[in-house]
Design a binder for this molecule. Structure first.
Ligand code: SF4
Length: 361
């Protein structure tokens, strides 16, 4: 039987409590305006969009330096729309989920070409843009344009599940969570921009997945899970299925001049258009190794993607430059300059692995 305790819900009072807390405790984040200028300056929709795309599946900590780097290199949407695609992919390297970077460029170009460089202000139009889903559209509408929208990210999902003790497990409960969250935002008016950001901050600093600090929570009087002393039980999660695993080989091909063969990966492969090291497909088969090379098995690394885990065997081979035949996507990089290439994390792991071997050798 579903437990519940009658809490008299007062949306206005709830929102006021959240806003009062936010006024004193908002996090300073590079994509937010400094608090002292907040009232006078309008949010920059380009910054809001860029930060929201970067924050998908990633932490605030990981995103901060990328956001600063991107806004330094491409200060406006027009700059990003005209950026060289390879340069954007290179600067994105390490942030993961590379489809986001490809959509980022497409979206910037579309907004520049079809909307005079200004993000549209309706959900319908935003949803047509590459890389913008329901959540990001709602975040842009509320944070950048002060429109009342139901913004539900992972933090707000957790808070809502606990406030209303939603017993259904994720992901099936998403619809219920969204409906309940709409109560929180109802009639938010001129705080439409601050409300989701305030809830995100409460989720990140107080209503944390483990050991929430309920004694500091501005809305504990509204929280069912707090009343029953079991906040950590929410949100319920369906038991995770084990991720499938894949295997493959990656080739560390080194010349006598200490140069390494690097390639631009094909656009239709995973990590497409990113820099990588040559290797097989990740089904264990594919590209032939260079024959007549004295290949040595250097070791193995494991990398976990969202949908599968990958075990790569690292094969090392030395070759004379004069014997090397590169295909049109391959090129040589000095071993000491590999750090400047902009590899995604998988290949950085391989490089790190090989460099540790070299220290031992
Ligand atoms: S009282 Fe605790 S569980 Fe409830 S919303 Fe606040 S921090 Fe989260």
């Amino acid at each position: 039987m579903k437990k519940s305790h009658v809490i008299e819900w007062d949306t206005k009072d709830f929102q006021q409590k959240v806003m009062d807390w936010y006024g004193k405790n908002a996090r300073d984040l590079p994509w937010r305006m400094p608090r002292e200028t907040k009232k006078a300056v309008k949010p920059n929709p380009y910054h809001v969009w860029l930060s929201e795309i970067m924050l998908q599946q990633t932490t605030v900590l990981a995103v901060k330096s990328y956001f600063e780097k991107f806004t330094h290199l491409w200060p406006t949407l027009a700059d990003l729309a005209h950026a060289d695609e390879d340069a954007v992919m290179r600067e994105w390297a390490g942030l993961g989920y590379y489809a986001r970077a490809r959509n980022l460029i497409k979206c910037a170009r579309e907004v520049f070409n079809h909307y005079d460089g200004a993000f549209p202000r309706t959900e319908k139009e935003l949803l047509k843009l590459p890389g913008i889903g329901r959540y990001t559209a709602a975040a842009i509408l509320s944070i950048a344009f002060h429109q009342e929208s139901v913004v539900v990210d992972g933090n707000i999902e957790r808070i809502t599940s606990r406030l209303f003790m939603i017993g259904e497990p994720l992901p099936q409960s998403k619809k219920t969570i969204y409906q309940q969250a709409s109560i929180i935002y109802d009639g938010i008016g001129c705080s439409a921009s601050d409300m989701p950001q305030a809830l995100m901050d409460i989720g990140a600093t107080i209503c944390t997945p483990k050991s929430p600090k309920c004694s500091l929570c501005p809305v504990c009087s509204y929280c069912q899970a707090f009343h029953f002393s079991e906040p950590e039980k929410y949100p319920h999660k369906a038991s995770k299925l084990k991720k499938p695993s894949r295997v493959g080989e990656v080739y560390w091909i080194e010349t006598e001049n200490q140069q390494i063969v690097v390639e631009k990966r094909g656009g239709n492969r995973m990590l497409g258009n990113m820099a990588g090291l040559p290797g097989t497909n990740w089904d264990g088969y594919g590209q032939e190794k260079i024959p007549d090379l004295d290949w040595q098995r250097a070791g193995e690394i494991t990398h976990v993607f969202t949908h599968f885990s990958l075990k790569l065997t690292i094969m090392k081979g030395k070759i004379r430059s004069s014997m090397l035949i590169l295909n049109k996507n391959q090129y040589l990089v000095d071993i000491n300059n590999l750090g400047d290439v902009g590899f995604p994390s998988l290949f950085r792991k391989v490089i790190h692995f090989v460099s540790t071997l070299k220290e031992v050798e």
